[in-house]
Write a protein that binds this ligand. Structure first.
Ligand SMILES: Cc1cc2nc3c(=O)[nH]c(=O)nc-3n(C[C@H](O)[C@H](O)[C@H](O)COP(=O)(O)OP(=O)(O)OC[C@H]3O[C@@H](n4cnc5c(N)ncnc54)[C@H](O)[C@@H]3O)c2cc1C
Length: 398
């Protein structure tokens, strides 16, 4: 028997936002999650203004904001020149209900969403259910799962593959993940060290350009996260030692003998986009569809934008307001916007911070100072970095 449900692989931020959007419109959903519980990994922690608007529509923004930290300002520095430019999201208060970023770990969002979803009879979640294969015909999609070492089948009308960067849905559909992997890895050190006390004018989001070792300082509740690039000739083991972490933090604030390091994450960074976001009754969203470097905080946000775009179309189909080709527009809009905006912007952010020669460093400095000095350019810039521009672009694509 075919169940008239939407199946969602993955209970990350993207899968659960998709579930919340569908369930609130009365559409039955089953989320299939490989883990035995929600992930509590320290990963994305930035929510951009339009994402907060979407989460407010789902009734979860207030709690997320309450558990996080609001960051209205964004700053660029260079090791050599100090503060180059600063931007204030307050300037685009006419474009969003949330003219600030919120710094809050992504596991807080998934926890809040799951608590809300549990109250709805249209919602089911199966933990310990790893999707292994996808098959489909004209009427339904059939997924094979591995549960307690046994194969089980679930059927539904549609499938959303929100199962992360190593998506089994993507693999099973045979969709290529085009792009490249950066040679360096990124190391994130979380520390309660009081950077404000020693770095005047610091705001909650600070990018520091340095040809030798750029840094990204991000305040989260009770902690700073500091990100560094790790060159190829440093092994994972060496990069994860305390001494190495201390030496990196001393690049930010020289002269400190010992920083408290609460958490360390080392990871590979990719720029990849799936060749298709739709194959028949199955869709890819979030990291399953695209991954990028975290400079700009666009990965999870872009994924949430995918989820909202796709589910609004599925709702229209369920309600008989749209025909099947409506779903092709999800692929057309979100894939193009990912390539044009998210990939381009995050690659540019990295190149700006690591610029090696004086000419490129000067170009970055002058470009930013030029934008900061011009009110219209400043607004356009803020719309771009907050991802308002990419959402508008998707709409314009029709
Ligand atoms: C170490 C690390 C640090 C990061 N830091 C940042 C950052 O600072 N800023 C930023 O913007 N982004 C960051 N990211 C990226 C960000 O975390 C992702 O963009 C975001 O998690 C995407 O959400 P998602 O729901 O698409 O995928 P995920 O959060 O990966 O969720 C996928 C879910 O699917 C489940 N799953 C996987 N395979 C299967 C399967 N076969 N069957 C069923 N379930 C499955 C997983 O268990 C997981 O719960 C980071 C990523 C990593 C790995």
């Amino acid at each position: 028997m075919i169940e008239d449900r939407v199946l969602i692989a993955g209970a990350g931020p993207v899968g659960l936002v998709a579930a919340a959007q569908l369930v609130r419109e009365g559409i039955p959903v089953t989320v299939l999650e490989a883990g035995n519980e929600l992930s509590v990994e320290s990963r994305a922690s930035t929510f951009h203004p339009p994402t907060l608007d979407m989460l407010e529509d789902l009734g979860v923004a207030r709690q997320l904001i309450g558990e996080g930290l609001t960051a209205p300002k964004l700053q660029y520095r260079s090791k050599k020149d100090g503060v180059i430019a600063q931007f204030d999201f307050g300037e685009i208060a006419d474009r969003t209900r949330h003219p600030y970023r919120v710094q809050s770990e992504q596991f807080k969002l998934t926890r809040i969403l799951l608590a809300q979803l549990h109250n709805d009879s249209n919602f089911r979640i199966e933990f310990g259910a790893r999707l292994e294969n996808v098959a489909q015909d004209a009427d339904c999609v059939r997924v094979s799962l591995r549960i307690d070492d046994r194969e089980q089948i679930r059927t539904g009308r549609w499938l959303i593959g929100a199962d992360g960067a190593r998506s089994e849905v993507r693999r099973s559909l045979g969709v290529e993940f085009e792009g490249f992997t950066w040679p360096e890895r990124f190391l994130v050190l979380s520390t309660p060290f009081d950077f404000d006390a020693v770095m005047p004018d610091l705001v909650s989001v600070n990018y520091v350009a340095d040809p030798e070792c750029w840094q990204f300082l991000l305040r989260i509740p009770g902690m700073w996260r500091v990100m560094f690039p790790i060159p190829q000739d440093v092994s994972d083991t060496a990069a994860l030692t305390t001494d190495f972490g201390q030496s990196l933090l001393r690049r930010v604030v020289p002269g400190i003998t010992r920083f408290e390091i609460a958490h360390t994450t080392l990871y590979r960074v990719h720029q990849r986009v799936a060749k298709q976001f739709r194959v028949g009754r199955a869709f890819l969203a979030g990291d399953a569809a695209h991954i990028n470097n975290p400079l700009g905080g666009m990965g999870m946000n872009g994924g949430i934008h995918d989820a909202v775009n796709l589910t609004s179309r599925l709702v229209a189909i369920y309600e008989g307001r749209a025909a099947d080709h409506e779903l092709d527009r999800y692929d057309a809009q979100r894939r193009l916007v990912t390539l044009e905006s998210v990939q381009t912007q995050t690659i540019q952010n990295k190149r700006d911070l690591e610029a090696k020669d004086e000419a490129s460093q000067a170009e970055f400095r002058d470009r930013l100072r030029g934008i900061a000095a011009d009110p219209d350019a400043r607004k356009r810039y803020l719309e771009r970095v907050s991802m308002i521009a990419s959402l508008r672009r998707a709409e314009e694509l029709g």
